[in-house]
Design a protein around this ligand. Structure first.
Ligand code: ATP
Ligand code: MG
Length: 541
């Protein structure tokens, strides 16, 4: 782990160190609700919980918090497990499902009823809300609050047996209607809802509420440190109340930290699900989304995500991070690891007048300019080549260091070329260029004493791969509005022939363009599709 991570999480370390004097082992957990795919915010929590377990030689449970069947399903569970494994975290045997504790939750509810700490309430949801009061006004007690234990036991059993309509009754904890903390005003701990559960199917028609189930899940699993995000700070008294009143000997400690948010993107499963359901994006793994599966398809590596999570640190103060920092992390991870190829996204044909038609040669070009151990490859050079349309300007401004009327340019790994003539259509659009090459300037030879102002990429017209390249933009504009144009598809790109060897999950650099990966969903032998992971230039300072 980076030092940063350890230093910034000092408030967590202090608790842990103190507590470890009394308990033998640290147990944390990552408890996603399977109601959507994981996103980069979850990655922060995963790195923290698994990271702490590693540092303190403890354990971290992966617990699917599946107590609300209305929004949960199997697809989400599978994706969560897959994402965590892909990130490289190992929960070993410690995969748990909260729904496996349904019977236990029920028993604890009965335990509370027997202690006169819970009661069946017949108020409607609207009435409960009205009776609860607000920040300025204390609550009113339910007329059912003082039901005798025996009656509560009978009614609760009937709730379980399906003898009452959905939402017609609840089980409530008996705490304090005058509490300044509204969460403590006799919160509902069980509701009636006839919904099929992915695990227990139709066995239950009553389901525990999050604030009741979650502390029990932690206590049942003997979690020692229950690390959650700040919005649960106000729920902590209730969390502790449940643990206390259910008489657990070992009490997990809840510690809160700030959620990660990223600029210019949409986080939060609810909002992401809306984009997916409305088909505004291509599924949960759309490369524009900050979901783990989206950024994986986009080409991010597990290392870059972990590095990002470690670098942003853990605190209680808001953690709003510029999205360009995430891009910085993947760029930094790839820059020395990925081979550099030549690709032309918007081709302009060049005819080299003084190069013989029947001539061609294979030039050796290094796979990376900074790391020699990546070796070299052969690239075909011929009379006709493509360059990037934007690399030529007839009348160029002073600082244009590419091909112009009166300025030569170096072709990467090949020769200098000089502009002779532009062939245009009747509307003045440039169709192709006629140029001349200087045979003395062959790359690697000692003849050339010319200095090139610029070096550009090129691809032979004799041998190339046609490809589609997809470029993505942020979901949100700087002003917070939705970006109307987040995907650019470039269909007629040409790549040097050796790109045919690029593997499906291999990240590469296209010279002067950025980092790319084949799109695992749409790329096949007949239709080569690359995603742009990130450009070369950083806006991150
Ligand atoms: P969302 O708001 O996206 O729906 P959630 O908090 O409802 O997320 P859970 O499945 O309950 O999602 O989250 C599992 C764990 O991940 C929780 O411990 C939660 O605190 C943590 N978590 C969720 N979002 C973030 C985030 N943006 N930054 C850090 N941790 C997060
Ligand atoms: Mg949630």
């Amino acid at each position: 782990m980076a030092n940063n991570f350890i230093e910034t999480a000092s408030f967590i370390h202090e608790y842990i160190k103190k507590d470890l004097k009394k308990t033998s082992e640290l147990v944390t957990r990552f408890p996603p609700e399977p109601n959507g795919y994981l996103h980069i915010g979850h990655a922060k929590s995963i790195c923290l919980n698994f990271g702490l377990a590693k540092i303190y030689d403890g354990k971290c449970n992966l617990r699917l918090d599946d107590t609300n069947p209305a929004k949960e399903n199997r697809e989400y569970i599978d994706s969560i497990i897959n994402d965590i494994k892909w990130l490289g975290f190992d929960y070993g045997e410690r995969l748990f499902f909260a729904s496996d504790y349904f019977e236990k939750f029920y028993e604890y509810a009965i335990y509370l009823i027997k202690k006169s700490k819970a009661y069946v309430c017949d108020l409607t949801p609207e009435e409960i809300k009205k009776f609860r009061g607000n920040l300025n006004e204390s609550g009113r007690e339910s007329p059912y609050r003082n039901r005798i234990i025996k009656e509560n036991l009978v009614l609760f059993e009937k709730m379980r047996n399906g003898e009452f309509e959905d939402s017609s009754r609840t089980l409530r904890a008996k705490i304090d209607m005058d509490s300044p903390n509204i969460n403590m005003r006799d919160p509902v701990i069980y509701r009636i809802a006839r919904i099929c559960h992915h695990n227990s199917k139709n066995k239950w028609c009553i389901y525990p509420m999050y604030d009741f189930a979650h502390p029990l899940e932690d206590a049942i699993e003997k979690v020692t440190h229950s690390i959650c995000t700040m919005e649960f700070e106000d729920h902590k008294p209730l969390y502790n109340w449940v643990i206390e009143n259910c008489d657990f000997k070992k009490k997990p400690r809840q510690i809160e930290f700030a959620k990660l948010s990223l600029t210019q993107t949409i986080m939060g499963k609810r909002y992401l699900k809306e984009l997916v359901d409305n088909k505004e994006v291509d599924g949960w793994d759309d490369p524009r989304l900050p979901t783990i599966s989206g950024i994986r398809r986009r080409g991010y590596t597990p290392d870059s995500i972990k590095k990002f999570c470690e670098s942003i640190g853990i605190s209680k103060a808001d953690n709003n991070v510029d999205i360009s920092f995430l891009e910085h992390c993947i760029r930094d991870d790839l820059k020395l690891k990925s081979k550099i190829y030549m690709a032309i996204l918007n081709p302009l044909k060049i005819i080299i007048e003084n190069y013989r038609e029947d001539n061609f040669e294979y030039l050796d070009i290094e796979n990376h300019s900074a790391t020699e151990n990546m070796g070299k490859r052969k690239v075909l050079f011929s009379k006709e080549i493509y360059i990037e349309r934007s690399d030529f300007l007839e009348d160029a401004p002073k600082k244009f260091y590419r091909l112009t009327k009166n300025q030569e340019v170096r072709l990467k790994g090949a020769y200098f070329i000089k502009f002779l003539e532009a062939i245009k259509d009747e509307n003045g659009n440039i169709l192709e260029l006629v140029c001349e090459y200087d045979p003395k300037t062959k790359s690697g030879s000692n003849f050339s004493n010319k200095k090139a102002k610029g070096t550009i990429q090129w691809v032979s017209c004799k041998e190339f791969i046609k490809a589609e390249i997809r470029e993505y933009d942020y979901l949100l504009l700087k002003n917070g509005k939705k970006n109307p144009e987040t995907l650019k598809i470039k269909k007629n790109c040409v790549l040097e022939f050796s790109t045919k060897n690029i593997l499906i999950d291999e990240r590469v650099q296209f010279m002067r363009h950025g980092f790319f990966i084949k799109d695992c969903k749409y790329c096949n032998d007949d239709n080569i599709v690359f995603n742009k992971i990130v450009g070369l230039k950083s806006s991150y300072k």
